[in-house]
Design a protein around this ligand. Structure first.
Ligand SMILES: Nc1nc2c(c(=O)[nH]1)N[C@H]1C(S)=C(S)[C@@H](COP(=O)(O)OP(=O)(O)OC[C@H]3O[C@@H](n4cnc5c(=O)[nH]c(N)nc54)[C@H](O)[C@@H]3O)O[C@H]1N2
Ligand SMILES: Nc1nc2c(c(=O)[nH]1)N[C@H]1C(S)=C(S)[C@@H](COP(=O)(O)OP(=O)(O)OC[C@H]3O[C@@H](n4cnc5c(=O)[nH]c(N)nc54)[C@H](O)[C@@H]3O)O[C@H]1N2
Ligand code: SF4
Ligand SMILES: [Mo]
Length: 696
């Protein structure tokens, strides 16, 4: 008899609720959880390809210990005991010699992050880090500087918005199902969409207004928009008076940034900016200037993200219906918080972090996440001290940190590289020990708290038994912790033990997830009173345009705009992004998805290509100061003449990943490792490349 298992997809990080139909321990069908509003049974192409992933013989199948040189592809199959004993022995030796601080643990945040953090705290190392800075560190800092909250604590009311503004937030390709379903519904009811990108993406095609902006100049556009909004008094006066501090400084600052000035910088006609400002003000406060993740990662990114949040503040859309809001968790809904293993006493750690996060290099970055792009620098320069080992869990340092060969040199210096992975990623192939995790369909995980207007709890439940000799991550870390003598910090044996610990006194039971896969904690949307009840966490209790967080660290709130120099002929800004058929660096070898989008191509403007004698589909050579790569050209009018674009995640070098091996080029190989040190993110869109037709 087939049975339905409610769980959470993990073909990408969004974790859409799913219903998995299982018969005789085989997955027959996966669809979106029909009980969850906004999902309504829907699944994206990647989610559907989960079945192919489950049965893929090219994914990792058992623990392995390297026998030849790093990256040489010689392995011996090991039992779990052998592999874990080996890692534990190595770690113990490293701790005895150089201390626990010389061990790094990096992961892309996941449902078991409270367990990984516990492991590192118990070990006594300050060096736990997540992917956060690589993705949206500057967004995080921008929010904290203005509101006291991180971006992760802020949500978007897509369903009720009247105007959505997206700065390279390519929402219909780099997608989240619930968000786009809600946005499409809002658009059917008349909401407008403004999209800004040097490239005509799918989202541009769906927008009411599209601006092909000069790459890297969104900040100039925003300063001019603020100039217009202040001059024409288009802002929400009552909201601004009540909630904004630093108004005079803003007025003085935006005075010189006229629409005509911004037209020269951005290429967007001044008149269109004025029409837009009036149009959006008419829809306030139910408007959203989306703060985004990627798109336009430059050394000044903090100020771009701050300007986007400030535009929301001017429209009074922070904590408004149809605007952006602070996510409410279990406590706001009258429940105790979920239990986390990391909330216990640990021996005090006094060592500084390896990456300068929250300190000298990144004084205001979020040190609870760290700055992984500093990994090569810290290792190669032993700054601030020697590093010996890296454990990477769902983290791919070789392609997620820019300047691959530089990163590889750094990894060469380490005594131990451990990959907790599902795929033979570039890093797993280079590692010393591979610990294969069961896929999301083969494992249960810690309960998810989905904070929002209506907070909910979700559960990932194992649908089928593991196809190969793999284990869930929470068990791998527990078994390693036991071997390191710190197992008592993670006092569980089964997933039920973890769930019971999490649910604690919440008044929710494991069985409550059976019927629909989730438990709502509130039946009505929780919005604070915009007149008097918004609980900003800044020292002043207001939106601080002049930020105490920044100013106290000697970082200006309003530095003058620096012009983006025009590109010389044959030179371009390398911009990057994702497509609907792939997830970051994870899915390029998936049997289905590798057929849908088998390789990336270099988008290049038709006029610029003609000058260089490049025709569509020609093989071209792209060079940066760091490296050179070959890739096919996609010659098109749909990209600004100063930019080229490629999808992230291609150009793989692992031969046993036969479907993705050497297909297209890797952006990370070309990118320079430069950061926005105020915000915390690497400046992934600022590398200048030269393009020419490849010989032969
Ligand atoms: N299908 C799919 N969906 C995903 C993901 C995935 O891997 N696959 N990943 C998820 C993750 S982790 C993230 S962070 C998000 C990313 O979501 P987005 O930030 O929406 O994603 P990207 O695809 O990186 O798109 C970046 C866009 O910025 C544009 N851009 C480049 N330079 C500039 C500029 O100077 N100004 C402006 N305005 N635009 C510019 C690029 O042309 C590109 O279209 O997507 C999430 N959703
Ligand atoms: N050059 C360059 N670098 C970038 C970006 C870019 O566009 N270009 N984008 C940035 C962004 S937006 C982000 S979010 C980060 C993300 O960077 P990472 O944190 O590295 O995350 P992913 O790229 O999603 O995947 C990393 C690895 O996780 C593995 N994985 C997938 N599922 C599981 C699982 O269930 N368990 C385990 N243990 N492993 C799993 C995949 O096989 C993959 O090798 O990269 C950033 N870095
Ligand atoms: S967006 Fe697609 S791949 Fe990502 S979790 Fe949802 S269904 Fe899965
Ligand atoms: Mo991301």
């Amino acid at each position: 008899m087939p049975k339905d298992v409610y769980s959470l997809c993990f073909m990408c990080t969004v974790r859409c609720p799913i219903k998995v139909t299982v018969e005789n321990d085989e997955v027959r069908w996966i669809e979106g959880n029909p009980h969850v509003p906004g999902i309504d049974g829907a699944l994206c192409a990647k989610g559907s390809a989960g079945l192919a992933f489950l049965n893929d013989h090219e994914r990792l199948q058992y623990p392995m210990i390297r026998t030849g040189p790093r990256g040489g592809g010689q392995w011996r199959r090991a039992t779990w005991d052998e592999a874990l004993d080996h890692v534990a022995e190595k770690l113990k030796g490293i701790i005895a010699r150089d201390g626990a601080r010389s061990i790094l643990f990096g992961e892309r945040t996941n449902l078991n992050t409270h367990i990984s953090k516990t492991f590192m705290k118990a070990l006594g190392s300050p060096n736990y880090f997540t992917h956060d800075a690589l993705c949206k560190g500057s967004v995080n800092t921008a929010f904290r500087s203005l509101t006291g909250y991180t971006d992760a604590q802020v949500g978007i009311d897509y369903a009720n918005t009247r105007h959505m503004v997206l700065y390279g937030r390519n929402i219909f390709e780099s997608l989240e199902i619930k968000a786009i379903n809600n946005l499409l519904d809002a658009m059917e009811r008349g909401a407008r969409l403004t999209y800004i990108d040097p490239r005509v993406s799918i989202t541009a095609a769906k927008a009411n207004r599209y601006w092909m902006i000069r790459p890297g100049t969104d900040l100039a556009l925003n300063y001019a928009l603020m100039h217009i909004i202040l001059k024409e008094r288009l802002y929400d006066e009552e909201y601004v008076k009540r909630w904004i501090s630093g108004w005079t400084e803003l007025q003085t600052f935006v005075e010189p940034y006229t629409p005509l000035w911004a037209e020269k910088e951005t290429g967007i006609p001044a008149g269109e900016m004025i029409v837009f400002a009036r149009e959006i003000a008419a829809a306030k406060p139910s408007v959203v200037f989306h703060f985004g993740y990627r798109g336009s990662h430059h050394p000044h990114e903090l100020y771009l993200r701050r300007s986007i949040i400030m535009l929301n503040a001017l429209m009074g859309s922070i904590e408004a219906q149809g605007g952006i809001f602070f996510k409410k968790g279990p406590k706001a809904a009258g429940h105790p918080d979920i239990g986390k293993y990391v909330d216990q006493e640990f021996p005090k750690i006094t060592e500084p972090r390896f990456d300068g996060s929250g300190r000298n290099l990144f004084p205001v970055a979020d040190a609870s996440h760290g700055n992984p792009q500093m990994l090569p620098h810290a290792i190669l320069n032993e700054d601030p001290y020697p590093i010996r080992a890296l454990i990477a869990n769902r983290f791919e340092p070789l392609t997620s940190i820019p300047a691959t060969e530089h990163t590889r040199k750094a990894l060469d210096k380490l005594d131990l590289l451990v990959a907790i992975e599902v795929n033979f990623s570039e890093f797993a192939w280079y590692a010393d020990v591979v610990l294969p995790e069961s896929t999301y369909l083969e494992r249960s995980d810690s309960i998810q708290v989905a904070s929002g207007l209506k907070p909910q709890l979700f559960m990932r439940r194992q649908a089928v038994t593991p196809r190969f000799d793999t284990k869930p991550g929470w068990l791998i870390i527990k078994e390693l912790a036991d071997r390191m003598g710190i197992g008592h910090y993670l006092p569980y044996k089964t997933i039920e033990d973890i769930w019971n610990h999490q649910l604690g006194k919440m008044g929710v039971k494991i069985e409550d997830f059976d019927a629909k896969g989730f438990v709502p904690l509130s039946d009505k949307a929780i919005l604070w009173d915009r007149k008097d009840g918004i609980q900003f966490k800044t020292p002043s209790g207001k939106i601080e345009l002049v930020s105490s967080l920044l100013e106290n660290a000697g970082i200006p709130s309003f530095p003058p705009y620096e012009r983006q120099p025009p590109m010389e002929e044959g030179s371009f800004r390398l911009t990057v992004g994702r497509c609907a058929a792939h997830t970051q660096v994870s899915t390029q070898n998936n049997p289905y998805l590798s057929e849908l989008v088998p390789e990336n191509r270099l988008w290049i403007n038709a006029g610029a290509a003609a000058k260089l004698g490049i025709k569509d589909n020609d093989l071209v050579e792209v060079s940066s100061s760091h490296s050179t790569a070959k890739i096919r050209a996609k010659v098109t009018d749909f990209i600004h003449a100063e930019a080229v674009f490629m999808l992230h995640g291609f150009g793989k070098t692992v031969p046993v990943q036969t479907r993705s091996y050497q297909k297209g080029a890797s952006d990370a190989l070309l990118q320079e490792n430069i950061s926005d040190n105020a915000g915390g993110s690497p400046a992934l869109d600022c590398t200048v490349v030269k393009v020419r037709k490849a010989a032969g």
